[in-house]
Ligand binder design. Structure first.
Ligand code: GDP
Length: 298
């Protein structure tokens, strides 16, 4: 239900427009395909992904001899569902201990996502520790601490301007001695240039490799769905700078551009593992292709 509410804008932007077009066109012809293509492209699904979808739709409509709009809608839904399902992969935090490094530029919802994740794990009965690895902004440390208190988990922090690597090192030692199930680390979100980003994240990754090599590891990139194709571009830069294992797409509730989920999946080859559909603690969900498509099309 939350998912449905969260995707209501995207549904308006994609599905309702598709339905309107299908109402107008009595014939399944080239013009109809062009209209559908236009809708998909303007929903930030991305040009390449749209082309793939439309081509597949043409093939299926032809081979199944579909002549009605409702049939086209069904095929479109199936194609999109299959595309999303193709790369579905769950967040991996077992066996414990696990460490999750959270990367992404400022403002995309990194802190909020960490708070929501901590809450989710705690509810599942796991012990969670946070690390305030974004030492460049005092506000980032404060914000994370507010979330830690709200959720009721411990946080390891140093003062502003200190070495992020040292924070992560201390956090790992604390997680080991307390036998914490999951350590979630914030990282700096400054994106001056790729080289800079690589060296900053690289230091943190080295420490994790050396000090916590037995831990189950995830590197989650958080991107903001409301930025549409920019989110895809950001993801490309981060993918080159770090070994991203999954993407968190936030603020899906605030945009009609939910189609970006498809663009991220098909253009980056990194699975979307979590989606943010609101500002509240419980508004973070594991990405499920079937449910996502269902929320859009039903
Ligand atoms: P950070 O700078 O990346 O750590 O970003 P924050 O976690 O501070 O989030 C920036 C803003 O986005 C805050 O106002 C959050 O409440 C908001 N936000 C984060 N995730 C979501 C989401 O899934 N939906 C909505 N509507 N807002 C979100």
């Amino acid at each position: 239900q939350r998912l449905k509410e969260g995707l209501s804008k995207t549904k308006k932007g994609i599905t309702d427009r598709i339905d309107n077009v299908l109402k107008v066109y009595v014939k399944v012809d080239e013009e109809l395909f062009e209209e559908l293509e236009e809708i998909l492209i303007t929903s930030d699904i991305g040009v390449n992904t749209t082309m793939k979808i439309i081509e597949e739709l043409r093939d299926r409509v032809k081979s199944k001899k579909i002549t009605e709009g409702s049939g086209v809608r069904e095929e479109l839904k199936d194609i999109i569902t299959e595309m999303l399902e193709g790369e579905e992969e769950k967040l991996k935090v077992d066996p414990s201990p696990a460490i999750i490094l959270v990367v992404g530029v400022n403002g995309v919802g990194k802190t909020t996502t960490i708070g929501k994740l901590a809450n989710k794990f705690k509810k599942e009965g796991k012990s969670v520790l946070l690390a305030a690895g974004d030492t460049f902004r005092a506000a980032a440390i404060d914000q994370l601490e507010i979330w830690a208190n709200r959720v009721g988990v411990d946080i390891v922090k140093h003062s502003e301007g200190s070495d992020p690597g040292a924070v992560v090192y201390d956090a790992i030692k604390a997680a080991q001695s307390r036998k914490a199930d999951i350590l979630i680390c914030d990282t700096a979100g400054r994106l001056h240039n790729k080289k800079n980003l690589m060296s900053e994240l690289g230091k943190v990754f080295k420490i994790v490799e050396k000090e916590y090599e037995n831990a189950t590891r995830e590197v989650l990139l958080v991107v903001d769905a409301t930025t549409g194709q920019n989110a895809v571009q950001q993801a490309k830069v981060f993918k080159e700078a770090a070994n991203i294992t999954g993407i968190v797409l936030t603020k899906l509730d605030g945009t009609a551009k939910g189609g970006v989920v498809l663009a991220v999946k098909s253009e980056l080859d990194v699975p979307v593992k979590l989606i943010g559909v609101g500002e509240k603690m419980e508004d973070l969900q594991e990405f499920n292709a079937k449910e996502f498509a269902k929320a859009l099309f039903e």
